[in-house]
Write a protein that binds this ligand. Structure first.
Ligand code: DUT
Length: 171
């Protein structure tokens, strides 16, 4: 089913900034660029301006997601991934990047693509407090209860590094 696009009001705070757009038909995220150049030493983080502000319809939110290319090639992550842009937020969308590469400095030029914005419908909940929650197959198990890491499963806690070997074997 081809749903029509959601109309979102957009204000350019930098007159030269491109309107965020999809790289390919079917992409979930719209590219966000930085309007300021920046240089990040290993371990350093900064908040980059994108030059755009939006007004989402009620019942929607936008999520600032990382870009896999930047992550894999340069070790750049978003500190708060995904960042949440509320429907009522009218300020500039900003991107909090961190250089996780242990050795290389990362440099961003003006209008480099630094993140992607995914717009989604979000539900409002109404909580109903109870004394006991209904039972389920998982119950309260979590945080690795199904095993999967050699470091957790090995004798006496295994190695002093984490491994995903057992996860791969399970596939
Ligand atoms: O990556 C992000 C995350 C948030 N925001 C903007 C939009 C969002 O609506 C607002 C507040 O974000 P959030 O609720 O995550 O921040 P907070 O630290 O909880 O601050 P506040 O007390 O203002 O809600 O900041 C961004 O521009 N980029």
């Amino acid at each position: 089913m081809n749903r029509p696009p959601v109309d979102v009001l957009l204000r350019r705070l930098d007159p030269a900034v491109p309107v965020p757009s999809y790289g390919h038909p079917g992409d979930a995220g719209l590219d966000l660029v930085t309007t300021e150049a920046a240089e990040l030493a290993p371990g350093e983080r900064t908040v980059l301006p994108t030059g755009v502000a939006i007004a989402l319809p009620d019942g929607y939110a936008a999520f600032v997601h990382p870009r896999s290319g930047l992550a894999a090639r340069c070790g750049v992550a978003l500190v708060n991934a995904p960042g949440t842009v509320d429907a009522g937020y009218r300020g500039e969308i900003k991107v909090t990047v961190v250089n996780l590469d242990p050795r290389e400095t990362v440099r961003f030029e003006r209008f480099d693509r630094v993140a992607q914005l995914v717009v989604q419908q979000v539900e409002k909940v109404s909580f109903h407090e109870v004394v006991e929650l209904p039972g389920s197959a998982r119950g309260a198990n979590g945080f690795g209860s199904t095993g999967g890491h050699a470091a957790m499963d090995g004798p006496a806690g295994g190695h002093d590094y984490a491994s995903v070997v057992n996860d791969r074997e399970g596939q």
